[in-house]
Design a protein around this ligand. Structure first.
Ligand code: NAI
Ligand code: MG
Length: 508
């Protein structure tokens, strides 16, 4: 089945190809100024899906200029109107769920049912943040004298959104939604591995009726398009989600022009199981934690701290359950576990598995699965046991379905080990003892803790990291700080300047 859309985009579902892909800059569909393109690939087969404009600094500059030109009018657009546009966008996402889910599955390797769920979640994100447009505001300040002092919460101006490939639509939506709701204009740079859904989303932005230049997408590589975007002097705010290594580069580029930078970076999240845990539930959640999207999740629970008393029982049940995980092509309806995003990611994960074999005991998996396309980037769920806290597989973010199991018996020692990490994104605790759960939760150096559950991200709860897992928070009321700046206004309410003598006394 082929489908040609109004702007010339051609989707061929049988061939699994997309043609006519262009960027969205200043309300126009454009190729790169240089004419250059790059290929994006289907991770289930390794085959090329589409050729995509390869933006350079000229294209980035155009997009930032378009966003800057639109900024003042958008800032002073009624907040109700901004919110209504975001909600209209949510409705269009639902109308286009088939196309968006198909493109997300094809480009990123999310299996199709999951891709659909992810698309259907977007309206909740758009709606929550649309609501912020009318909720957040400044405060009044009780200053001395006959004066009224208050703050205005104002947008930053142009915000840049550099997005990774693991959850292309959701990660983009969770930052552009508050940015737009709070009156910023945006330039998105999707990951080079997964550019297609941001562009399809831009069609919906256009259809919803957002003013020209408020939302722009440039597609290209990190160094060629991401870096000039982060470095652009007219970009006032940068939201970067991705590796800690690249986050450090982006933060430095932002520092050169004093941009506000929000970073959501890597993790090595501990999953802590106490001896009284409900083992079956903890096993199920552990699998979610390291196998969801084949482990390509920032909060992935990749360090499992098993209490010695339940270690054997837990590992037995884990293996049994892993046997039933259905690995396959993104478009097979039975698939629960798809491919890694790229051949680079496959090489990286396989090299970590090799490292693991030299550092610890391979307990489960460790290879390429059978029954999938040869060209696909599949790797089995993999479990290492007897992992020392100093092992690389216990310390570094692998971003694949690799679980490192560590033992514990003393809770103080456990907390010390769990905190012995450069990362501090997330943690899970399994126990039926409230005191153990809460006192451990308080002692962990992380931005989020879940107790007796695994985590589905929500727009109303703050998400972000301690330590090298990031700065700033996405979602929740905390996100407001990432997309606004404060202006203090003070008005003299008396008829004349009162007490001018005070000026001389004031400690200027
Ligand atoms: P990356 O962090 O380099 O890429 C994320 C985004 O940043 C992409 O849009 C990319 O084009 C852009 N980017 C890259 N270099 C840039 C630069 N110099 N200036 C501005 N933007 C730049 O991640 P990559 O290389 O795709 O994956 C490498 C590793 O990063 C993975 O193996 C994984 O461990 C980790 N990662 C972690 C993520 C997380 O959410 N924690 C998400 C994606 C990757
Ligand atoms: Mg791709």
């Amino acid at each position: 089945m082929t489908q040609t859309l109004s702007d010339g985009l051609l989707i061929d579902r049988m061939a699994r190809t997309v043609d006519g892909v262009r960027m969205f800059i200043g309300g126009e569909w454009q190729s790169a100024e240089s004419g250059a393109t790059f290929d994006t690939v289907d991770p289930s087969t390794g085959r090329v899906i589409a050729s995509v404009p390869r933006a350079g600094s000229i294209d980035v500059d155009r997009a930032v200029k378009a966003a800057a030109d639109a900024a003042v009018a958008w800032q002073f657009t009624d907040a109700l109107t901004r919110a209504a546009l975001l909600r209209q966008l949510g409705a269009l996402v639902v109308e286009n769920v088939d196309e968006l889910a198909w493109l997300e599955a094809l480009d990123s390797g999310h299996y199709i049912d999951k891709a659909r769920d992810l698309v259907m979640a977007l309206p909740l994100w758009l709606d929550y943040h649309a609501g912020l447009a009318n909720i957040v505001g400044g405060r009044t300040i009780p200053v001395p004298g006959d004066k009224l002092s208050f703050t205005l919460l104002e947008p930053l101006g142009v915000t840049a959104h550099i997005v990774p490939w693991n959850y292309p639509l959701l990660v983009m939506a969770r930052s552009i939604a508050p940015a737009l709701a709070l009156g910023n204009t945006v330039v998105v740079k999707p990951a080079e591995q997964t550019p297609l859904t941001a562009l399809y989303f831009a069609r919906l932005v256009e259809e919803a009726g957002f003013p020209t230049g408020v939302f722009n997408v440039v597609t290209g590589f990190g160094e060629e398009a991401g870096a000039p975007l982060a470095a652009h002097p007219d970009v006032a705010g940068i939201t970067f989600t991705g590796s800690t290594e690249t986050g450090r580069i982006v933060a430095k580029l932002g520092a050169d022009h004093i941009a506000q930078v929000n970073l959501e970076l890597g993790g090595k999240s501990p999953v802590i199981v106490f001896p009284d845990a409900k083992i079956d539930d903890a096993v199920e959640a552990t699998i979610q934690g390291f196998c969801s999207h084949a482990g390509q999740v920032c909060i992935a629970g990749s360090r499992l701290f098993l209490h010695d008393a339940i270690r054997d029982e837990f590992l037995g049940k884990l293996t049994q359950r892993l046997e039933s995980v259905r690995i396959g092509d993104s478009f097979e309806s039975r698939t629960q576990f798809g491919p890694l995003v790229s051949s680079e990611q496959l090489d990286r994960v396989l090299s970590y598995i090799d490292i693991g074999k030299s550092e610890a005991t391979l307990y489960y998996g460790g290879g390429r699965p059978s029954g999938v396309a040869d060209g696909g980037y599949f790797v089995e769920p993999t479990v290492f046991i007897d992992v020392a806290p100093t092992a690389r597989i216990a310390r570094e973010e692998i971003f694949g379905p690799v679980l490192s199991v560590l033992g514990w018996s003393d809770v103080d020692d456990l907390v010390r080990q769990a905190n012995d990490s450069q990362f501090g994104l997330f943690a899970a605790i399994w126990t039926q003892d409230l005191r153990d759960a809460l006192s451990t939760a308080r002692r962990l150096q992380v931005g989020g803790v879940v107790i007796n559950d695994w985590f589905g991200e929500l727009p109303m709860a703050p998400h972000g990291g301690h330590k090298q897992s990031g700065t700033g928070r996405e979602e929740g009321l905390e996100t407001v700080q990432g997309y606004t700046q404060v202006k203090h206004v003070c008005i003299n309410l008396s008829d004349s300047l009162v007490d001018t003598s005070d000026w001389a006394a004031a400690p200027l």
